[in-house]
Design a protein around this ligand. Sequence first.
Ligand SMILES: Nc1ncnc2c1ncn2[C@@H]1O[C@H](COP(=O)(O)OP(=O)(O)OP(=O)(O)O)[C@@H](O)[C@H]1O
Length: 256
Amino acid sequence: MTLVLDGVTVGYPGRPPRTVLTDLNLTAHAGQVTALLGPNGAGKSTLLRSVAGLQRVLGGAVRLDGADVTALPPAQRARRIAVVLTDRVDAGLLTGGEVAALGRLPHQGFASRLSAAEQQLIDDSLERMGAAHLADVRLHQMSDGQRQRVLIARALVQQPSLLVLDEPSAFLDVAARVELLALLAEIADDAGITVLLSTHDVELVLRTSQHVWLAAGDGSVVDGTPATLVASGAIRRAFDSPRVHFDSAAGIFRLE
Ligand SMILES: Nc1ncnc2c1ncn2[C@@H]1O[C@H](COP(=O)(O)OP(=O)(O)OP(=O)(O)O)[C@@H](O)[C@H]1O
């Protein structure tokens, strides 16, 4: 399903409200990964939480195939949108398999038993995330990276139309980061879902992603392909610091 932001302003209510990103008009397409980049504090997490319906937008509308996400009843929203946040999860005593199974909850309610097809989906999702061996391991006994794989498996078990991930590669080693981006692109393509993720892996995204939203650090978000954002100087303007410069020709950051 296509995700459309129509004049969206995000931030925090209060007196006065704290506006973080203003009047965003953006699209993320089904079957693709859209990578949200931006420096620290640019508003990536705020935007992802708002898109997922976890916090109210201050203005405008977030639409998933035309339906206003913020107006969806929570149960319907949970069936359509899966969210993987970096926050610590309080599910320490559950095993990897049990956590992944939680992805079926929006579809069935607590009382139902898992069907054979659902159990297969859970096993397949853990396998796909390289976490099959964690099915019987309790969450609190896992490393951060292992826990992250299980949480993404849970999101896949949910079979969402929109998958939102806040820094999914934060705890992963370098090979696993590259693999994760490729895997998410494959999943988006296979299942026709819209994947929106934030990451600080700028160079990796610029080499591998099709579509980028760039939170520029000034309250705006520009979108485009890596090539257009590099050519326009938007990447350099967003990330350059007095000592670090983005080398557009090489596609890497250099320390001066
Ligand atoms: N609960 C809150 N109330 C008020 N302001 C907040 C709240 N949470 C975050 N902010 C502010 O919103 C702005 C954007 O924060 P956000 O966490 O969305 O940025 P980010 O791009 O995800 O940053 P990072 O890359 O460091 O994770 C920051 O100025 C932050 O201080």
